[in-house]
Design a protein around this ligand. Structure first.
Ligand SMILES: Nc1ncnc2c1ncn2[C@@H]1O[C@H](COP(=O)(O)OP(=O)(O)OP(=O)(O)O)[C@@H](O)[C@H]1O
Length: 299
């Protein structure tokens, strides 16, 4: 039996100048999965397919164990989706009218949560949506989504345009949402701090491909920077090393610190210093490796 909240197998989508996939991924319930990757790597395309905004050319997508063809309304009522584009309201609606629509459409809508969020995110229900600033529209989209009380949150760069004060509230709300352990969040972000604070798993994407999907803590344990005195470290052909930088000391970046340190010990070399590697640097090396057609992504 498949317990994944999200399951993609062999998913492919081709546009004129972009090919997504083949993409395979299973996401278990109760986790925050952060999707990171440069512009145009396919994060929004993936989320559009998860929301059935676009259909894949090939492959299978299951959400809560079902395909959209079986139960589209049932699936969508359990998902809170903040799209990448700013919330656009062409009509002359006020916030409270938009909320009424959501209340009607989502049976799990919580009026108490909505009131609490409007207060916290300083949204005036009487304000006209089209007159809101970009950041205020973003706040609205997020609050409407959370008040739906969904089981799965799909957030496409939700903090884009938010001020740092409200950003903190958003982080707290997402952490709060995860508190009971049965909810799931997918978040696409360019903000490493969001990954650091929220993510249990990190999905690295590049050029329509999933380079790596791994538990964040495992990733941070495996990737390290090591400093050694030995010059010309490349000649040692150390396992796991993806970069070596020559200075007063040699700085090695490894994706497999255990294997690298073992090989260093075998060569009688001691690492003088060991440090964590930032997620953006890991992504940089994964992309470089993917361009070389290599295996640094370590899937
Ligand atoms: N409807 C479409 N028609 C043609 N090309 C498309 C369409 N939708 C997306 N693309 C292309 O797919 C590629 C991936 O875009 P996508 O928006 O998924 O990337 P992203 O990772 O979300 O980028 P960003 O970080 O900039 O938001 C881009 O090259 C884009 O031009």
């Amino acid at each position: 039996m498949n317990h994944s909240v999200i399951s993609l197998s062999g998913v492919q989508k081709s546009f004129e100048t972009f090919r997504f996939g083949p993409f395979d991924l299973q996401i278990e319930p109760g986790v925050v999965a952060a999707f990171v990757g440069p512009n145009g790597s396919g994060k929004t395309t993936l989320f559009h397919m998860l929301m059935n905004v676009i259909e894949p050319d090939r492959g299978e997508i299951r959400i809560f164990g079902s395909e959209y063809g079986q139960n589209e309304v049932g699936i969508k009522r359990r998902i809170g989706y903040v799209a990448d584009s700013t919330y656009i309201e062409e009509a002359d609606s006020r916030i409270q009218e938009v909320a009424s629509f959501h209340r009607h459409w989502f049976p799990s809508w919580s009026e108490a949560k909505w009131t609490e969020l409007c207060d916290k995110f300083e949204l005036n229900p009487k304000a006209k949506v089209k007159q809101l600033s970009k950041g205020m529209k973003r706040r609205l989209a997020f609050c409407l989504t959370l008040a739906q009380m969904p089981d799965l949150l799909i957030l496409d760069e939700p903090s884009s345009g938010l001020d740092p004060y409200i950003w903190r509230f958003m982080m707290n709300e997402i952490q709060d949402f995860m508190k009971n352990g049965d909810k799931t969040v997918l978040i696409a972000t360019h903000t490493i701090e969001e990954v650091r604070r929220l993510a249990d798993y990190v999905a690295f994407m590049y050029n329509g491909k999933l380079l790596n999907y791994k538990e964040k803590d495992t990733l941070m344990d495996e990737w390290k920077a090591l400093w050694i005195e030995t010059p010309h470290a490349a000649e040692l052909r150390l396992p796991g090393v993806v970069e070596s930088e020559q200075g007063a000391l040699t700085r090695l970046i490894t994706r497999d610190v255990v294997a690298t340190e073992q090989a260093l010990r075998a060569s009688g070399i001691t690492a003088l210093k060991r440090q964590g590697v930032e997620l953006d640097e890991i992504l940089h090396h994964m992309i470089a490796d993917s361009k070389r057609g290599g295996e640094a992504s370590g899937r």
